[in-house]
Design a binder for this molecule. Structure first.
Ligand SMILES: *Cc1c(COP(=O)(O)O)cnc(C)c1O
Length: 369
């Protein structure tokens, strides 16, 4: 009884071309026959999780037979204290990618239009397609900044259900000044939700992000994946109105958040010095990459994140260089769309990893240039 009968998925799923959203470093290693890879392509933290998080998670590991608290109560309480809001303003999910899916499912009905920037962090787009909504895009400005004017103008025309913006942005690394975020928020139609992805907020020092501010058509999301070094644990959260938190509550996977991730995240919050240490080390790493780019005569984008985009002049050259680096065991990525597709994006590694990257890049760039 093994007959291969074609069976179709729902039409909006059939309409999506088969693809692998992110080809992970493990797959690249299998394909390239690499026993080791210098992992500088996915903006993972080179500085690991807080030792206190590791200790807390290790101690609780035998209780992995238990489900985690579906309300993430203790963690939400700590997050509410961190952000000066109530526990009813916090929704915990399995990373921003999960919360993004909830937002699309909850706020963009099938057929509704959403708006993003072409070439920015792509997971939003996958959710939009997967839930049968539509995607409109504007382009980056030529200086690598998000184009607030274009986002506002296009929103006035298309009246999208959701506008997606990451600030600081990935893959550019650029930060919009907070008054520009406020201008964007205020310039959007009353029926448009702003999904503000602040995955890299913990690398921003000083008073450069919009203040704690909660509004019905604003979803702010944060993650433990980047500065807190817990990407593999999959945990993040949204700061939102109680009504929007309740909306998420209706549709989220109640046991979707890993119990150990809840414990590690809570312990991380109790170790703010560690996150500050990571942010400082990361800033040092960015400076190293700026110096490296300058020494090769290549421009770069000033970054407020844990990665830097270096300009190699043309998309084909950047692709060639990325592939050559991979062939030599260095995993980096590059932006997919113009005007940023002439850049290569490299994550901040440890000092030793940065040195190794610099050595490889110098040799390969000399060959390609
Ligand atoms: C890394 C990243 C994410 C993913 O966050 P998770 O919490 O690991 O799902 C989301 N948005 C941006 C802009 C990122 O760079």
């Amino acid at each position: 009884m093994t007959q291969n009968v074609e069976f179709l998925a729902a039409p909006h799923i059939e309409a999506i071309p088969p693809m692998t959203p992110f080809i992970g470093p493990e797959q690249l290693m299998r394909e390239g026959g690499h026993a080791e890879l210098l992992r500088l392509g996915a903006n993972e933290s080179a500085f690991g999780p807080s030792p206190r998080a590791v200790e807390a998670m290790s101690a609780e590991l035998p209780h992995i037979s238990w489900y985690g608290d579906p309300e993430s109560y203790d963690l939400r309480l700590a997050l509410a204290a961190r952000h000066g809001c109530g526990i009813e303003n916090i929704s915990v999910g399995s990373g921003i990618d999960d919360l993004m899916g909830l937002a699309v499912r909850a706020f963009a009905a099938p057929g509704a239009v959403t708006l993003t920037t072409r070439g920015t962090y792509p997971t939003f787009n996958y959710h939009v397609m997967g839930f049968g909504a539509k995607l409109a895009t504007v382009d980056y400005r030529h200086d690598g900044m998000l184009d607030v004017d274009a986002l506002i103008e296009t929103s006035k025309r298309l009246r999208p259900a959701i506008v997606y913006v990451a600030n600081p942005d990935n893959p550019s690394g650029t930060l919009l000044p907070k008054d520009e975020i406020v201008r964007l928020f205020e310039g959007l139609p009353a029926e448009t939700l702003l999904f503000l992805d602040e995955a890299y907020a913990d690398f921003v020092t000083g008073d450069l992000l919009i203040p704690e501010f909660i509004h019905g058509r604003l979803l702010r999301v944060r993650t433990f994946s980047k500065a807190f070094g817990m990407a593999g644990a999959r945990i993040g959260y949204a700061i939102a109105t109680p009504r929007n938190v309740t909306t998420f509550q209706k549709i989220r996977l109640h046991y979707g958040v890993n119990r150990n991730a809840q414990i590690g995240a809570l312990a991380s919050l109790q170790d703010p010095e560690f996150a500050q240490h990571v942010a400082a080390e990361t800033a040092r790493g960015r400076e190293d990459y700026y110096k490296l780019a300058s020494s090769l005569g290549r421009p770069y984008l000033e970054s407020c994140t844990n990665f830097v985009c270096i300009d190699f002049g043309a998309a084909e050259v950047a692709t060639q260089l990325m592939n050559a680096l991979l062939a030599h065991g260095v995993f980096v990525r590059k932006p997919a769309a113009p005007p940023l597709d002439r850049f290569v994006r490299v994550s901040v590694g440890t000092a030793a990893e940065r040195d190794e990257f610099a050595a490889r890049l110098r040799v390969l760039w000399r060959e390609i240039a």
